[in-house]
Design a protein around this ligand. Structure first.
Ligand SMILES: Nc1ncnc2c1ncn2[C@@H]1O[C@H](COP(=O)(O)OP(=O)(O)O)[C@@H](O)[C@H]1O
Ligand SMILES: [Mg+2]
Length: 337
């Protein structure tokens, strides 16, 4: 297939996207696909990797086209390898839908819901997928830390304060005392006007499951466990700490494994998932809670998402082909979103 791999983007996770896209593009080329790599710059311009000059795009029938001053690029499917806002959040998926381009991965609504942790938690709790208790701050001045005093007291400390629509642990603070709360909210508000204040799960184990779906069936991988080399899985533990490790498969009983896989599949169905995602849970001796669903998870040779599939018997070639075929056949049936 002729695949247009999109990376970069305007979010705080831009750099991670560039690394993920390099791996995805390499693997696609190795399996015989024709790959065009397009980088979305921070100002929103689309650039052909390695060349200067913006690209313009055209809506229209197959084959779809992107044009630069010197070159017309034909492609069969778009593969967004973008993390965070303006990429993983339904915006690029919507752009593709409007243009009529087949687009790999979770469609508009699911991508948008998954990106917004508050909405995802509300939905999940309605279908009995347990989530950690939280309170929510938005731009409404009536909705301040002071006004939420009772709810916050009910949660108890420690707490996690998070921007509602970001990833890679950017802007997240673990708060141990009430005095630290205001500073943590300020940090999070540097990234998002919607903020989640969540009860910290004591001695949390972090269990993750990869999922694939084609609209008829949802498939889940064996669960894996993140063993952060730091107190929690912050940005440093994710990208800079050599001691962070992945335990694959996670050390769980057969019934725990079955339960977690079922919850992962249900969460994917809940958001109308197609294509792929990684569903993350927090767990301790008292329970298991859905933490989040990443519709474009980290995607490199050392990332949990492909490694879990490898451990489930699906190599990267089969994995990427499933994702491309699903996107293409969805578009053929007129279901671009
Ligand atoms: N409620 C919580 N209890 C314990 N640890 C948490 C909690 N929420 C987040 N964390 C820690 O913070 C990390 C990042 O939080 P997460 O919600 O996954 O944000 P991101 O989308 O940035 O990955 C988690 O992997 C975990 O280590
Ligand atoms: Mg996470």
């Amino acid at each position: 297939m002729r695949v247009l791999v999109l990376s970069g983007g305007r979010s705080a996770e831009r750099e991670i996207s560039l690394v993920s896209a390099e791996w995805v593009s390499g693997e696609l080329k190795a399996s015989g696909h024709e790959v065009t790599e397009v980088i979305i710059e921070q100002d929103g311009c689309w650039m052909l990797k390695g060349s200067s000059g913006n690209l313009s795009f055209e809506a229209g029938p197959i084959p779809w086209k992107l044009c630069s001053g010197i070159k017309t690029i034909l492609f069969d499917v778009v593969f967004p390898v973008l993390h965070g806002s303006y990429g993983e959040d339904g915006t690029v998926q919507g752009l593709c839908a409007v243009a009529g381009w087949p687009c790999a991965g979770v469609p508009v609504m699911g991508a948008a819901v998954a990106m917004e942790k508050h909405t995802l938690k509300k939905l999940a709790s309605q279908v009995s997928v347990p989530v950690v208790p939280w309170v929510f701050l938005n731009e409404n001045p009536d909705n301040s830390i002071e006004s939420l005093h009772e709810e916050l007291a009910a949660l108890g400390y420690p707490l996690f304060v998070k921007p509602s629509r970001l990833g890679s642990s950017v802007g997240i603070t673990k708060v141990n005392t009430p005095e630290e709360l205001r500073g943590a909210v300020q940090t999070a508000s540097g990234y998002d006007s919607l903020i989640l204040i969540e009860k910290a799960v004591d001695s949390a184990r972090e269990i993750e499951v990869s999922v694939l779906g084609n609209g008829v069936r949802v498939f889940s991988s064996v669960p894996g466990e993140v063993l952060p080399g730091r107190e929690w899985y912050d940005y440093k533990a994710k990208y800079e700490c050599d001691e962070s490790e992945l335990g694959i498969p996670a050390d769980l009983s057969a019934s725990q494994t079955e339960n977690i896989r079922m919850m992962a599949e249900n969460t994917f169905r809940l958001i109308g998932g197609r294509g792929f995602a990684r569903v993350d849970f927090l767990m301790n001796n008292h329970g298991i809670w859905l933490n989040e669903i990443n519709t474009i998870p980290g995607f490199t040779s050392i990332s949990m998402f492909p490694k879990l599939w490898e451990a489930t018997g699906m190599n990267s070639e089969k994995l990427l082909n499933f994702i491309l075929d699903e996107a293409f056949s969805r578009a053929e049936h007129g279901l671009s979103q």
